[in-house]
Write a protein that binds this ligand. Structure first.
Ligand SMILES: Cc1cc2nc3c(=O)[nH]c(=O)nc-3n(C[C@H](O)[C@H](O)[C@H](O)COP(=O)(O)OP(=O)(O)OC[C@H]3O[C@@H](n4cnc5c(N)ncnc54)[C@H](O)[C@@H]3O)c2cc1C
Length: 420
């Protein structure tokens, strides 16, 4: 299907009624996990309706697989599908990028200069990876032992760096001071790496350090407790309140600010052989500078209804939203039902569906080694919300294989098709 959008020039004063402006009932910004899921649910529930997605990328990624890809468990190509193949049938794909919002006129402007107007807007452009916020990081990535599972292009280098580790070497795994997606990923790749070194018989001779800007190992008390024996088993040294501030790739030196009571009290340089970086992250720049943003730049929505706090016909879900939950695909599975239900209710009855409320659910399947996983699920209050009638704080093979083999199928065939 092809849609043609007539150029309107640079004049933002264009009227919504202009016949050359493309118009859609439901307009979605971003064809990632959140955008595709909501589109599929709307089309499944409403059958014949008008849904368009603005998405510039040719490829859709199942990012939760990237930890396994970096650990060499699964090929990275399995985490990607062509965007055209995941777009739900009867969706209009506008292959462009949104640059600005005009919520008073119910319009967005795209990089091409074209405008699209809407009745309802769903904003789901994900989170921005700020590689340049750490001097030396972007230049070093993919060489000098610097790698990251947060970048598809460099995932193979993660596995290469793990395999290149020699006895007597040092591996640093960073966690940033900013909000970031998948709270467990910086640690999961550390545990997988450590397990590889254990299998090779060199773990006792590798200095593994978890350099995290956080003040605790994990924000949920029970999960932090469950991780203590894992950390002890691998001999990981946690270095908390350490925020990566510079990478000197040629010298293989990482520089950290050390925090106490919210203030920088020291600066330390640590030599490394392998540096795995979880980059600082923030709301996408085009959201930050838009009228939709809250003070921190996220799309300003109500934490239970996911409706925009100023513009009632705008909703947001996923990593770009202001809701204070763990930014995960699992959260989107719950959020999407609230967004879709509220949109349909608003459209049919002029009000939100009061039976729907997002409770902050997020899930972190913490891979703790080959064949081992602790399944952490929790809500806004950091209260555990287990899905299974078992002790999920125990490392289990069943949960590991569920994440590795079952969840990808549930994602591609369930969630992205509006079924889960
Ligand atoms: C290494 C790693 C491990 C993870 N592990 C897990 C896990 O185990 N479990 C879990 O639940 N979650 C995990 N996640 C997190 C999960 O992948 C994200 O939370 C989820 O993908 C967010 O969905 P989203 O729709 O908000 O953003 P994305 O899925 O990132 O999609 C955003 C889309 O918006 C598009 N876009 C960007 N800018 C624009 C623009 N200007 N105009 C139009 N479109 C735009 C992008 O091209 C992209 O397609 C992991 C993430 C990573 C990186």
């Amino acid at each position: 299907m092809e849609t043609v959008h007539t150029k309107l020039g640079k004049d933002v004063e264009v009227k919504t009624a202009n016949p050359f402006t493309a118009h859609h009932k439901f307009l979605i910004v971003g064809g990632g996990s959140g955008g595709i899921t909501v589109a599929a649910q709307l089309l499944r529930k409403l059958r014949k309706t008008d849904v368009a997605i603005i998405e510039p990328s040719e490829v859709h990624y199942y990012q939760p697989m990237w930890t396994f890809n970096g650990g060499g468990v699964l090929k990275k190509e399995r985490s990607q599908r062509l965007m055209g193949n995941v777009m739900p049938k009867n969706t209009v794909w506008i292959k462009d990028r949104v640059v600005s919002f005009y919520p008073e006129k119910n319009m967005v402007k795209m990089a091409s200069g074209d405008f699209v107007s809407y009745e309802y807007l769903i904003v789901a452009p994900g989170i921005q990876l700020d590689w340049d916020a750490v001097p030396g990081l972007a230049e070093s990535l993919g060489k000098n032992g610097v790698s990251s599972i947060y970048c598809y292009r460099h995932i193979d280098y993660v596995h290469h760096s793990i395999n290149a580790m020699k006895p007597g070497g040092r591996a640093l795994f960073t966690q940033p001071i900013t909000k970031f997606k998948c709270g467990g990923a910086p640690m999961k790749i550390m545990y997988l790496s450590s397990d590889i070194w254990r299998k090779k018989g060199i773990l006792q001779d590798v200095d593994v350090q978890f350099t995290s800007a956080g003040s605790v190992i994990f924000g949920v008390k029970e999960v932090a407790e469950a991780l203590k024996p894992v950390i002890a088993r691998y001999g990981v040294k946690p270095k908390l309140l350490h925020n990566l501030k510079e990478v000197r790739g040629e010298e293989k030196i990482a520089v950290y600010d050390v925090y106490r009571d919210g203030k920088v009290v020291d600066e330390v340089e640590i030599e490394y052989d392998m540096l795995h970086v979880t980059p600082p992250q923030s709301a996408p720049d085009f959201i930050k500078k838009s009228p939709l943003a809250d003070a921190e730049g996220w799309v300003d929505v109500h934490k239970h209804t996911l409706q925009h706090n100023t513009y009632p016909n705008i909703f947001s879900l996923g990593d770009a939203g202001s809701t204070p939950n763990a930014k995960t695909g699992a959260a989107i599975r719950k959020q999407s039902r609230v967004v879709t239900g509220n949109l349909i209710s608003l459209m049919n009855k002029g009000e939100l569906d009061t039976s729907l409320s997002y409770d902050g659910y997020g899930s972190c399947p913490l891979i703790t080694g080959f064949g081992k996983l602790i399944l952490a699920e929790f809500d806004y209050d950091q209260k555990l919300t287990n899905s299974f009638p078992i002790n999920q704080m125990k490392e289990r093979a069943s949960m590991y294989y569920m994440k590795k083999d079952l969840l990808p199928v549930m994602y591609w065939e369930g969630m992205l098709k509006g079924r889960a």
